[in-house]
Design a binder for this molecule. Structure first.
Ligand code: AMP
Ligand code: ZN
Length: 496
């Protein structure tokens, strides 16, 4: 693959759009920070995983195999707290949410990573890495048996997140606004900037502790990604990715502890995905605008439609999620399906209707086989410009449709265009499937919902709550709007 046909991508460390090529000239080694498995992924998390998936598909289609690792954070404050609240062992609890993540990722056509290591299964690797840091005096053991990384021992600290530019530092490096989820539970440390590599056992951790040279405890959050990326991808690997919220402190800390231990560059390229907003607001539980794939399905939209919406914005810009955008995506996908039908009618030998051919061109030959869709492919190579790719896909679709209408597209060419369309859809991970019609609530559920609405209007909130619970127990969720209520199908929780 020549550089001209290699994908280019913005690197958050150098702040430049750079060609992404594997250091070994063979396989692109990609590490993505994975989900914390304590609940279902929300649409924001899914946006990040989807853009990483499109990136991987583009790299592979452009001729470079990938080695993709995405970890599971299966031990931290949230997983421990939540499993205890439910009275379930941590491993059982996280296995349930891991299964849910797999189901969601599968429904969204996200390629499974080649390795999906979990933090709990890699505690020896993390202890070993911490030991190296202690021996090299980059880390110290506190009185209670916790181990901290000494940020002052790593002068390059803060390069990724431009800490020096922020002018909000306290002590030597730490931003005054640090709200790191793992640093929330504090232990004594020498400097506010230092972060925990190993956390001494606390009573509230219950049975979730492991032996270490420093006593019982559990690993900090950041060390898991360093230990597992080094284990599966080596001291230096090609691309490291996550949402922008991970730049500081998570990725900054990963760089410090990895490079301090190995003396090598950690990741050669940093790929960060901007956040998803909902109706122009930050997505949060308290605002009640945190949606999952099941919420989207409950409103009658398919996972393909959600995928389309979540990849329709450029990864470097925050994306605003609206229900209207889902409706528009549904029409867009229907239009593509219609083009596919029309091409299949002209070129009946090009494969069955309604499903994508899975035969891809030999690696490295992608652009050659893109026919009218080459401009869309070029947009993907150019800093993963998914909105431009979709725009150009529709421009090409209009041209091809017009040639079909005027009878100017011979079957051979129609077959080639269809193959090209399938290739570009494969790059975007979009499948052409029939939309499920929105589920209609049966009469008895509607009657309960109406009774609840009336109870609410007459301020009998107790009765309204009772009826809501009853509706939920029968598999439906009721939501109130200005004009009245709306009923959506509730999807079963794993093992529920
Ligand atoms: P978590 O499960 O919280 O560890 O997050 C999994 C991934 O989702 C990480 O890469 C986060 O950076 C990313 N993420 C979290 N919130 C959002 C959001 N609102 N939009 C896009 N990505 C997000
Ligand atoms: Zn990570």
């Amino acid at each position: 693959m020549s550089d001209a046909h290699a994908p280019r991508l913005f690197d958050s460390l150098s702040r430049e759009v750079r060609t992404v090529a594997p250091a070994d000239g063979k396989t692109l080694r990609l590490y993505c920070c994975g989900p914390t498995v304590y609940g279902p992924a929300h649409v924001g998390n899914l946006r990040t995983f989807l853009l990483q998936d499109v990136f991987r598909r583009v790299v592979e289609l452009s001729g470079t195999p990938t080695l993709h690792v995405r970890n599971l954070t299966d031990v931290d404050d949230k997983t421990i707290r939540q499993s205890q609240a439910e009275g379930v062992p941590l491993s059982e609890f996280t296995a349930r949410w891991t299964a849910r993540m797999h189901a969601d990722a599968g429904a969204l056509n996200i390629l499974p990573p080649h390795h999906e290591p979990g933090a709990v299964a890699h505690i020896p690797h993390q202890i070993q890495l911490i030991q190296r840091l202690v021996e090299a005096r980059h880390a110290y053991v506190a009185q209670d048996g916790s181990v901290y990384f000494d940020v002052s021992s790593f002068p390059q600290y803060g390069r990724l997140s431009r800490l020096a530019d922020r002018q909000i530092t306290t002590g030597q490096h730490a931003p005054a606004t640090e709200t790191d989820r793992e640093e929330a539970d504090e232990y004594a440390r020498d400097s506010a900037a230092d972060f925990a590599l190993w956390k001494a056992r606390k009573p509230e951790d219950g049975p979730n502790f492991w032996p270490s040279p420093w006593g019982d405890g559990r690993p900090g959050w950041h060390i898991e990604c360093s230990a597992m990326s080094i284990e599966y991808l080596g001291d230096t690997f090609d691309v490291h990715s996550g949402g922008v919220d991970l730049i500081f402190p998570h990725h900054e800390n990963e760089i410090a502890q990895s490079e301090a231990a190995t003396g090598c560059t950690f990741a050669r390229h940093w790929f960060h995905i901007a956040h998803l907003m909902v109706e122009d607001r930050k997505m949060s539980k308290s605002l009640g605008n945190l949606f999952t794939l099941d919420d989207v399905r409950g409103r009658g939209f398919s996972p393909e439609t959600l995928r389309y919406v979540l990849i329709s914005g450029h990864y470097r810009q925050p994306l605003n999620f609206t229900w209207d955008s889902l409706a528009a995506a549904r029409s867009a996908l229907a239009r593509i399906a219609k083009l596919d039908e029309a091409l299949a009618a002209v070129a009946p030998d090009s494969g069955p209707r309604g499903c994508l051919s899975t035969t891809l061109l030999p690696l490295g030959d992608a652009r050659h086989g893109m026919a009218s869709f080459a401009p869309a492919w070029d947009a993907l190579l150019d800093d993963l410009n998914t909105p431009a790719a979709l725009g150009r896909l529709f421009t090409a679709a209009a041209e091809v449709e017009s040639r079909i209408r005027s009878g100017e597209l011979p079957p051979g060419q129609a077959g080639a265009e269809r193959g090209a369309l399938h290739r570009i859809l494969f790059a975007l991970g979009l499948r052409l499937v029939a939309e499920e019609p929105p589920a209609q609530a049966p009469e008895n559920i509607r009657a309960l919902a109406e009774a609840r609405w009336n109870a609410k209007q007459s301020r009998d909130f107790k009765e309204a709550d009772r009826l809501r619970a009853e509706i939920e127990s029968r598999g439906w969720i009721v939501r109130d709007g200005k004009e009245g209520f709306e009923l959506n199908r509730k999807f079963p929780q794993p093992n529920a």
